[in-house]
Design a protein around this ligand. Sequence first.
Ligand code: HDE
Length: 719
Amino acid sequence: MAKKQNPQPKENKKVSDLQTNTQNGDGQFLSTNQGLLINDNQNSLKAGERGATLLEDFILREKITHFDHERIPERIVHARGSGAHGVFELYEPIGKYTKAKFLNDTSRKTPVFVRFSTVAGNRGSTDLARDVRGFAVKFYTEEGNYDLVGNNIPVFFIQDAMKFPDLVHAVKPEPHHEMPQAASAHDTFWDFISLMPESMHMIMWTMSDRAIPRSYRMMEGFGVNTFRFLNEKGESHFVKFHWKPKLGTHAVAWEEAQQISGKDPDFHRRDLWEAIETGHFPEWDLGIQVIPEADEHKFDFDLLDPTKLIPEEIVPVQRIGKMTLNRNPDNFFAETEQIAFHPGHLVPGIDFTNDPLLQGRLFSYTDTQLSRLGSPNFHEIPINRPIVPVMNNQRDGHMRQTINSEKTSYHPNSISGGCPFQAKISEGGFSSYQERIDAKKIRDRSESFSDHFSQATLFYNSQTEPEQNHIINAFTFELGKVERHYIRERMVGILSRVDKNLEASVAANLGIQVTEPERPLNHGVPADADQNKYEPTRKKQSIADSKALSMLKNINGSIESRCIAVLTDNGVDEGSLNAMLKALEIAGAQAKIIAQKPGTIKGSNGKEIAVDHSLVTVASVLFDAIYVPNGDIKTKNYLEQDLIENFINEAFKHCKPIAADGLGAEILKKIKAGHLIDLTNSSTGSKMGIEINTSPEAFVKAIGKHRFWEREKTKKVKE
Ligand code: HDE
């Protein structure tokens, strides 16, 4: 049906009652921004067929003007991101800690919007950069919007917001030539870090595989800062927030990350989008670590210091609810790009602590959104609107959407009968925690913030051997890219404070002579301060390692939604193929048939089988595992080509599970990857994640282990 022309306002009807939705739908005509129907969207208005374009062409001008202004400033950090809608459901009310209504009503489904992001790169940069990932959640609660704006790493680089612009200037592309994009492997970053020992704990995380996740769906999330819960009685507890992914926490290999950046820079965005489109809805448990106010000083570190975590062995994480992402945005710009998060968007029952990083964040988000979204009315953009009415006394400003009919816009008033009223606390009014303050006004830092190395060591000690090796390799790569030798050396010197073997390994890889560790330089010291006060310390820790900090010690075996490449072509043995497809489907994985050409292939019994990808369009780095089924001479021709050899060799190098049956097994044995381990003995193969002529179930189990890092010790395959 064609859309009607703008109806004329009838008497007594407001224009807003008559306005129709501006959605493009079936059978509707193209119009200008004023609703005028367009007759020719191909030609501009000209003085004659071959003449100059006329300024009078208001349709052309409107179209080009809109286009000219279609880009808004990208986020200064976290510019590259992807989002999704979902729902949060509570397992059990936690009224003893907080009066927040969405944390007390198990019958309620609270809508959420989540945005995941990298930090350093621009909007168009690769998803697989070595970087922290943002994990920002907006809860649309019945008491207003609550934002939990977190990261996938539980600590931060710096202790005080004062240093944030310095940190970001250092990690962003260097100011003179704007390189490198989306990477910390350059001089200015490591110059800054090597002068700021407080960053050491976070650096250990960013040099670990946590900084190259397999998927947004397979990352943990953390609120990082310590927050405060307040219950009905006004009692306060400290709280740390966690998101625990149901699919487990997984990473890719660094070389793989670099290849994915070329093959599919949208890898994480596509993964999230496709998972939701195909009904593999990602889920996380919301966890909390709660500390009674009285226990504030019982730890080896200061709860207000954002470079420290609370080991889960000391304060267990209680899982209180579940978040499910179940709907992709309709429009990237309107939703994912325009959403505005802010750690200061609170509901009654949740409040701040004096964490000096958090305090600075409270200023920054609104301020940056004012310039990014262009107006103080950005809360009226649909994705930012709460689901409860907004009744403030604001009326003006750029891009105002609401047309208020009230006659007053101030408080107190009598003309509007005093409306809108202030809400009593018992009516849901927010009131800040009445923390006792009796202090001098000073610029300073508490000595309880001075231990910069203990938790860095705790993190390193908690990793498995392959995880430690990856950290050593990451330092080797990053510092290898640093051009100034004194920065490299200074940084390696600081590593000695974390772990001597770590220092020695990185030094050896970089060809640096290990000398007696110097006192770490700490330029983050005020000009007149006592240097000794700022000297980093090391406190005795109550635990030596924490299982929760390692990804590999927490593998849960699920292969739900993993992508398995099935390399085959015409002549595939349908029995061999179908048995595997069935086992993968039951386990919830997604098998993709990769053949020579797009379209279909013919199986051994003549069945037409749909092809998901043609070989030249994909690469093994885009999949979690490979299966090569049995086949006939036609399949053999396909399998005996360099591209296939390369595909399998790369999967082998990246330690991924590989299964092969019949002809597939012969091919595997023939090529390089097969020669590196003894494939004539299936149990030796299985130990390394290579399933030769074994059962589909054995392959499913192998995929559940994610990677077989033991293979890194075998001789390298041909490059
Ligand atoms: Fe942010 N941060 N941040 N940050 N942050 C922004 O806000 C800032 C910090 C985080 O998907 C900006 O709207 C300061 C910690 C996420 O839209 C900006 C400080 C954590 C996102 C800003 C921090 C975060 C941001 C940029 C130190 C983990 C993306 C655009 C005092 C708990 C949200 C914007 C999204 C975004 C400032 C430190 C998480 C500039 C000043 C710690 C996930 O306002």
